[in-house]
Design a protein around this ligand. Structure first.
Ligand code: GLN
Length: 191
């Protein structure tokens, strides 16, 4: 049966993730309230604005239930703002910004491509083979610290941009905004 994959649908590029998941044969489910978490096998946290998503997670009373599912081992995939939300520590966030701490990394917000804000690059991901992945970075976080349990799957200029800790995958870039579905496929392949 197709995996039911929740997409946190409070803000950000929800539709693009849902389209990528559908194309790969998964069944995306919008997650807006606690009851939506019931039937899902995994959760995608999209790109967008992590400070806003943190506030909306609290006002929707979703923060604690999502944190509980993550603590129970639910697989999750976060891109850009979603990576920030899944990180243990954030530098340059709002003081009231909360994160799930599902991946033992420290991220600095808005630190990649400070001069240009966004860029696209051909990213070598050894696990995904050739050709390189088309990676779009938009006001992306820089991973400044990686804990011992974290696998680094790709780097740009020495900084990790694709990391995995157990069932949780995080990307500083936006695989949902390119036509290259291999990073989503990598995530679904682990379900
Ligand atoms: N800069 C955003 C943040 O801090 C992330 C940007 C993005 O998701 N494209 O949440």
């Amino acid at each position: 049966m197709a995996a039911k994959v929740g997409v946190l649908a409070l803000q950000g590029d929800v539709r693009e993730h849902a389209a990528a998941l559908t194309e790969l044969g998964a069944h995306p489910v919008d997650v807006r309230r606690p009851g939506d978490l019931g039937g899902i096998d995994a959760l995608v946290l999209p790109g967008g604005e992590s400070t806003t998503m943190s506030l909306l997670l609290e006002s929707a009373e979703l923060f604690e239930p999502v944190a509980r599912r993550l603590a129970e081992g639910m697989p999750a995939f976060g891109t850009c703002a979603g990576m920030i939300l899944l990180a243990r520590d954030v530098v340059g966030g709002r003081p009231d910004q909360r994160t799930f701490g599902a991946v033992d990394i420290t991220v600095r917000r808005n630190a990649f491509g400070r001069q240009v804000d966004s860029f696209e690059t051909a990213l070598e991901v050894p696990d995904l083979g050739q050709p390189p992945v088309d990676a779009v970075f938009i006001r992306a976080p820089v991973v400044e610290r990686v804990g011992p349990e974290v696998e680094v799957l790709a780097k740009v200029g020495g900084a990790p941009v694709l990391c995995r800790q157990g069932p949780v995958l995080v990307a500083a870039f936006h695989p949902e905004l390119s036509r290259d579905l291999r990073v989503h496929a990598l995530f679904l392949g682990d379900l």
